[in-house]
Design a protein around this ligand. Structure first.
Ligand code: UGA
Length: 434
């Protein structure tokens, strides 16, 4: 099939590459000419395992191309995906400016007699599809189209496998013709397809992300009880997670959730519920527990080091999770800023996130970024692990200890084995475990 994806950000680019990989012909559209130029040169603006190969292979096979022209994209495609950002506004509600603009632009280029399925892939509040539909009709009363909601569930760091074999594909549609086209498009993925109405599909996305955030906050709240009682949150998570009704995934206690999705989507869901007159108080508590987790962790650091001013602290990890270069809304970044605000001298290392942390000015210039985990701990009075990159667990810990001034380790993601660390002579602090 011939597809167009408007917005070549995370979701748009990975979706485009994966659709091309399974044999569709894809035009990715972006209004950022710099990004289009980069992609046309074969440069990938984000780090995502497997993505670069996928893009190069499909561009070479002429199944994937990039343009800045919506008219070009829409003209050549039966299905037009919208994958533009839906950033948060100051009050937590979703800014739909980009979606509305794209809806108008699509309306402006739809030709009479040219049926198109307009698919919203961006994370949007329930009832957005109705507004997109009304907008296109208002600006182009003769247009022949249907609006479908098709939320995306990929995770950064494993976006390609997530997209290639999703747990489920959700298609929110009121039109049989559009549903049939969408099913044909997704047939090669061999994943279960759930057809719903448009509003339900939109709600599924916010409800799913909020539920996963709730799971994380739940285990983080349990981790506080574990610390107070001497129990081990990892054992508790295993114990409850083996119940199939609960599941072990997303029960990892740590510094809390970050990234460009969970914090924003929980806030948005709270705002959506509020606007509909059905306040969702539970989610406010989810947020409170999440931010409290970093406070609790810092308290532990303070208790051990007494004052942080002038202390040399090494931080491993800047990205909001491993296997990505994404540092947006990263708890690791918050942690570093809090340490610096208290006068600590911070040295940090991350395998992929340092460039973007500097580019977006997310950390103070006083933070020294170094080129290896070992270099970061030189003379450090404490090592703080903020992101669980696999390479951190593979370090030569004898060398790490020898290099540190005082061997204190605050493992914010329960990434190391406490027993091994203590046997090696570290003073080890995990989250919710003795
Ligand atoms: C999340 C969802 O998992 C995806 O299904 C969804 O498509 C995506 O948001 C989105 O809306 O676009 P993502 O933000 O890429 O994906 O990353 P996750 O793996 O979900 O991690 C989010 C945060 O939760 C990270 O900061 C991670 O460290 C934290 N987390 C995750 C925990 O603290 N504990 C866990 O057990 C799991």
């Amino acid at each position: 099939m011939e597809l167009c994806i408007i917005g070549s950000g995370y979701v748009g680019l990975v979706s485009g590459a994966c659709f091309a990989e399974i044999g569709h012909t894809v035009v990715c559209v972006d209004n950022d000419q710099r990004k289009v130029d980069m992609l046309q040169r074969g440069e990938i603006p984000i780090y995502e395992p497997g993505l670069e190969d996928l893009v190069h292979r499909n561009v070479a096979a002429k199944r994937l191309r990039f343009t800045n022209s919506i008219a070009d994209g829409v003209d050549h495609s039966q299905v037009v995906f919208i994958a533009v950002p839906t950033p948060p506004q100051a009050d937590g509600s979703v800014d739909l400016t980009y979606i509305e603009r794209v809806a108008r632009e699509i309306a402006g280029v739809l030709k009479p007699g040219q049926y198109r399925v307009v698919v919203d892939k961006s994370t949007v509040p329930v009832k957005t599809g109705e507004k997109v539909d009304a907008t296109i009709r208002r600006y182009n009363p003769a247009a022949e189209f249907d609006v479908v909601s098709n939320p995306e569930f990929l995770r950064e760091g494993c976006a390609v496998p997530d997209l290639m074999s999703p747990d489920r594909i959700v298609i929110g549609s009121a039109s049989q013709k559009a549903t049939d086209l969408m099913k044909r498009l997704y047939e090669p993925f061999q994943s279960p397809i759930l057809v719903t109405d448009v509003n339900s599909a939109e709600l599924i996305k916010h409800a799913a992300n909020s539920f996963l955030s709730l799971k994380i906050s739940y285990i983080n709240a349990v981790s506080a009880i574990c610390e107070a009682s001497g129990a081990d949150v990892e054992m508790v998570a295993d114990g409850i997670g083996t119940d199939k009704r609960i599941g072990r995934n997303f029960l990892n206690a740590g510094l809390g959730y970050g990234g460009s999705c969970f914090p924003k989507d929980v806030k948005a869901f709270i705002a959506i519920a509020e606007e509909l007159g059905t306040p969702f108080h539970l989610l406010k508590e989810v947020e409170r527990i999440n931010s409290h987790q970093l406070d609790r962790y810092l308290k532990k650091v303070r208790e051990a080091l007494w004052v942080l001013r002038d202390k040399r602290i090494a931080v491993w990890g800047l990205t909001f999770k491993p296997d990505t270069d994404d540092v947006r809304n990263s708890v690791a970044i918050d942690l570093i800023n809090r340490l610096v605000a208290e006068g600590a001298i911070v040295t940090a290392y991350d395998p992929k996130g340092m460039e973007k942390a500097v580019e977006y000015k997310l950390i103070p210039p006083s933070v020294k970024l170094v080129s290896s985990p070992l270099e970061a701990v030189e003379g450090a009075e404490a090592l703080l692990l903020a992101t669980e990159w696999k390479e951190f667990a593979r370090q030569d810990f004898a060398a790490v200890k020898a290099s540190m001034h005082t061997p204190l380790v605050f493992d914010g993601r329960n990434h190391f084995n406490p027993k091994t660390m203590r046997e090696m002579g570290f003073v080890y602090y995990g989250v919710g475990r003795p």
